[in-house]
Write a protein that binds this ligand. Structure first.
Ligand code: ATP
Length: 247
């Protein structure tokens, strides 16, 4: 038995675990109520994808790992759903790639940022940014634009899982390499990304870490080959085809 009192062999195990973690996140003040709605949308897409990492998503995850390893200043953005669903896994990805963690919320409150930072520290994070909020993403209104000047604002590569479309577009316009994890290939976030990963964050983050471990000692030229070999339009098309036609 696991944290949800359901055996891991249960056919709906992953989905039940995900729901439980999001509910728990809301109870602890980590996840917003809108996070529940985002989760519901994601679950529907995941069901149609077959609840597995499709080959094009795996390629995107490898390209994402290569980008994070090559970056000078990589940042992983953490919102309430990310903190509830994959706290240990996102801390591990930061460790393996040398990236910084930054709490970045759509419905920003200082209390929730602190709760998320504490939660991530409980899972082993040394440093969690997001409270300084001394810079603004151009083109967004005041509260939604806030980021740390030495964090997301300065990042050359930023991973934004489950991001709202406006902010994903505004970040992409800042000339950053933006990696998005989003189960909806048609969402504005996925469409704006340099590397759209159409996969459940529960599977995607550990798989990016696996690729990063495998590529950790690779020369820069090999990392660049993985980046150049990734075709974002083909990956989005493959995901949409799987969702619409099951192939
Ligand atoms: P758009 O980008 O088109 O503006 P949106 O801002 O309306 O979309 P939200 O409602 O904020 O998007 O939802 C965030 C996105 O996260 C949704 O597209 C949803 O499919 C996706 N999502 C939710 N849960 C997960 C998950 N566990 N893993 C990956 N993606 C998820």
């Amino acid at each position: 038995m696991s944290e949800i009192e359901v055996p891991e062999s249960h056919p709906r195990y992953e989905s039940l675990l995900t729901r439980h973690r999001i509910e728990d996140g809301v109870d602890r003040g980590i996840t917003s109520r809108q996070g529940l709605i985002a989760q519901g949308r994601g679950e529907a897409f995941d069901y149609l994808l077959g609840e597995e990492t499709i080959p094009s998503a795996n390629e995107a995850e490898r390209a994402a790992a290569a980008h994070l390893l090559l970056a000078e200043n990589p940042v992983l953005s953490v919102n309430g759903n990310v903190a509830a669903l994959v706290p240990g896994e996102i801390v591990e990805l930061a460790r393996v790639t040398g990236a910084t963690l930054e709490v970045n919320l759509f419905n920003r409150t200082e209390e929730r940022i602190k709760a998320i930072a504490t939660h991530l520290r409980e899972y082993g994070a040394d440093e969690v940014n997001g409270l300084t909020a001394d810079a603004r993403i151009p083109g967004l209104n005041h509260e939604r634009a806030k980021v740390d000047s030495d964090g997301i604002y300065a990042a050359d590569v930023v991973l934004v899982p489950l991001e709202d479309g406006d902010r994903a577009e505004a970040l992409a316009a800042m000339d950053k390499t933006e990696i998005v994890i989003d189960l909806n290939p048609r969402s504005r976030s996925a469409q704006a990304a340099s590397v759209p990963i159409v996969d459940n964050i529960i599977r995607a983050v550990p798989n990016v870490t696996t690729h990063a471990r495998e590529l950790a000692d690779a020369p820069a030229s090999t990392l660049q080959e993985h980046i150049d070999g990734f075709d974002r339009s083909a990956a989005l098309e493959a995901a949409e085809k799987r969702i619409r036609q099951g192939v």
